[in-house]
Design a protein around this ligand. Structure first.
Ligand SMILES: [Zn+2]
Ligand SMILES: [Zn+2]
Length: 267
């Protein structure tokens, strides 16, 4: 009660239009329940936390949507009863209204923290132990790598899921710092490109002119191959269409000659 009164003083002080009346209405209700010794008082004093304004607001919104300015009090009450009934049957809401305890005790939190630490420690130990352990496990008809095994992830994957560098004929080296073929390898500072190839700054900017030649070759070959295949399809379609035209022409000529023959016979 005191808390509600304090809440009201705050709203009143800040001149909130509706909230400066709402706590007073609540207090008025409580005084009324006191005077009539209403059973709701016991619930109110024992479980004040379950009185959530959200449901009231939500109910009012639904009711406002269903009624018009011209509706009489009886109609509004009737509508409210229908909405209330429907709220009770709302299985969609029930799924989300399921209460569950999301509070953890200090001991549970400590336990979860330890579990997470152990998980991360194991993961990074696995990564360290398996450095360079990923390997090609199958080839396609052109002896290109097709599938890789990743011991850390404990999976086998198609080459397509890897960055572009692993799809080219120059797969990045595990034991070198620069992937440029004719570079005298040294572990000077360099850069790893988004394709997955790594180069010395000097090799990339000066020898390769800021382009990953292996990936450009791979893409150009792909473009040429696809264009050729498309052209071949168009040519075969063209041939088919021409052959069909020829057939049609021949068929028409046959009919015409048949007609001529019959004409000849007629005369
Ligand atoms: Zn280099
Ligand atoms: Zn590349």
């Amino acid at each position: 009660m005191e808390a509600m009164f304090r809440v009201w003083t705050v709203f009143f002080q800040y001149q909130r239009k509706h909230y400066n009346k709402l706590p007073l209405m609540f207090l008025s209700d409580v005084f009324y329940w006191f005077s009539t010794n209403h059973p709701i008082l016991q619930t109110l004093t024992e479980s004040i936390h379950v009185f959530n304004n959200y449901y009231i607001e939500n109910f009012h919104s639904s009711l406002r949507q269903q009624i018009h300015g011209s509706n009489m009090a009886d109609q509004i009450i009737q509508e409210a009863q229908i909405i209330d009934q429907m709220h009770g049957n709302n299985s969609f809401m029930n799924v989300f209204a399921e209460s569950h305890n999301i509070r953890y005790s200090a001991r549970q939190l400590e336990y979860l923290e330890k579990c997470t630490t152990l998980f991360l420690l194991k993961l990074f130990t696995d990564v360290y132990r398996n450095l360079g352990g990923s390997k090609i496990i199958s080839f396609d008809e052109h002896t290109k790598p097709k599938k890789y095994e990743f011991p850390i992830l404990k999976t086998e994957n198609e080459i397509d899921i890897l960055p572009m560098a692993w799809n080219t004929s120059h797969i990045p080296h595990n034991d070198r710092c620069c992937d440029l073929e004719d570079c005298i390898d040294s572990c000077e500072v360099g850069l790893v490109l988004i394709c997955g190839h790594a180069y010395h700054y000097e090799c990339f900017f000066f020898k390769l002119e800021s382009q990953c030649q292996y990936c450009i070759d791979y893409l150009s070959r792909g473009i040429k191959k696809n264009c050729k295949a498309f052209q071949k399809t168009l040519e075969s379609l063209d041939k088919k269409a021409k052959a069909q035209d020829l057939n049609k022409q021949e068929a028409t000529e046959d009919i015409e000659s048949d007609d001529n023959t019959s004409d000849e016979n007629f005369f």
